[in-house]
Design a protein around this ligand. Sequence first.
Ligand code: EPU
Length: 518
Amino acid sequence: MVCLGNICRSPTAHGVFQQRIENAGLTGVIEVDSAGTGDFHLGEKPDVRSRQAAQQRGYNLNGLRARQVRNDDFERFDYILAMDENNLRDLQALCPAALQHKLRLFMEFADNNYLSVPDPYYGDGEGFQLVLNLVEEAADALLDHIRKQDLQGGAAEGFMTGVTAGFVPPFIQENVDLGSRNTFGLHTRARYFCAVRNLQELRVALQFRRVRQLPLLVLGGGSNVLLCADYPGVVVQIALQGIEVLTEHDDELHVRAASGESWHGFVQYCLRNGYHGLENLALIPGSVGAAPIQNIGAYGVEVRDLISEVTVLDVGSGEIDTLTAAQCEFDYRDSVFKGRLRGRKIVLDVTFRLHRQPRVNLSYAALAQALSDVSNPHPGDVFAAVCAIRASKLPDPAVLGNAGSFFKNPVIERAQYEKLLQTYAGLPSYPVYDRAGQLSMSVVKVPAAWLIEQAGWKGKSCGRAAVYQHQPLVLVNLGGATAQELVSLARQIMASVERLFDIRLEPEVQWIPAEPLD
Ligand code: EPU
């Protein structure tokens, strides 16, 4: 907001617009400042008449001090709004040619007969009231304009037109260590990082990376990634929060959780409130938003059995869409988000179909075994048993860095399985169901943990990276491991399993980048 001396009109516009930003919950997303083209009042508070008039309407201008327009303002701000035509001309004389498009009259945004905010300095008290009337009207219209033009996906092609190379939104940090943002605890760095707490911040982060033409990495809980190298783009961690019950009919209810909620926290919340179905998936690290991406599963349940729909934001257009479970194309540790829509959608929330009536799934042998002496087990018993089994087999990432199963359990042709049985009589197998839930006769799944153990890797290490001694499907950071050590260990395991069994292990953990150098 710019006028001549920065003591009457522009600080009023600054204070009013600041309040509009706060009321809209956009603090940290939109930043406003004010300055004068002249240097007559540097360091002074706004004119006492401006302050009093503003105060009567609930605006506090006491903290503002006059300053002069600086060269970097033209880089830094998207809209540079002159209070009158003289101010605009002065700004045009100062502003580099390439940034002239940012200069506008503030009153352009208001729908009235004024082009300028009249200077009240030499007039009576009425002039200050008129300033406030005009500024309030233009501030409302400006906020609407920014929302539509810069914060909504609809304007994808042209949005954030004013953001230039020099501008970094205040909630985006530069050169950030991601050690606490990934459960392997790897100290790779992000060129830019932000944790977005609401949709507006997410949109601004996407606009920022679009304007800078930087790659984008979306992180949930960081529990399924191997960050192999410093990330040269923008890392956005989804921190959207909120859980709500949408519908409840007899036994069935639909519960929606925002993607930034912790998965285990959500499972506990549901159990506490008597919403049943998720208990077999207790203690899985990570966020709600990551659950559909890799169709998390454990102890006889996959999350696809419980998801009714997923709300996503399109990275390109900013449009919000709802996908049904069928449209998510769920498969074993797989979904459309890892395939066709990879990198194109961001999960905003997930809706689950749960039950009021307690019914338990004990199809997983080890779980049934753990509950064999409990008659009529309740979902709470299943929850406790799953937590106990996991704690006994899987390392707690807070203690020993890891990302759960490092590889998928491979699916192989039944003919190959039968051939392998001739040499390895103890090789276990599990049935495979297709997307329609039909049992497949031609293929079986074999436990990668068994193959890795047979290949002699259990408990082995490579530098500070190791194969977990109680569950060889899990690779761990013994403390201070580098990504290169983990990659090297994983590649050696893959090579020896392939040599021994002619089975190619596929990482379940997402490697970033996908083909790291050793
Ligand atoms: N096994 C061994 N040696 C071991 C441990 C296991 O040979 O030291 C063999 C045994 O034959 C055992 C079999 O592996 O019966 C299966 O082991 P486990 O029940 O521990 O499960 P998993 O197949 O290794 C899968 C999931 C886990 C999930 C468990 C329980 C995958 C990639 N992993 O592991 O998911 O918790 O089943 O349902 O499907 C994850 O995805 O990060 C994860 C931890």
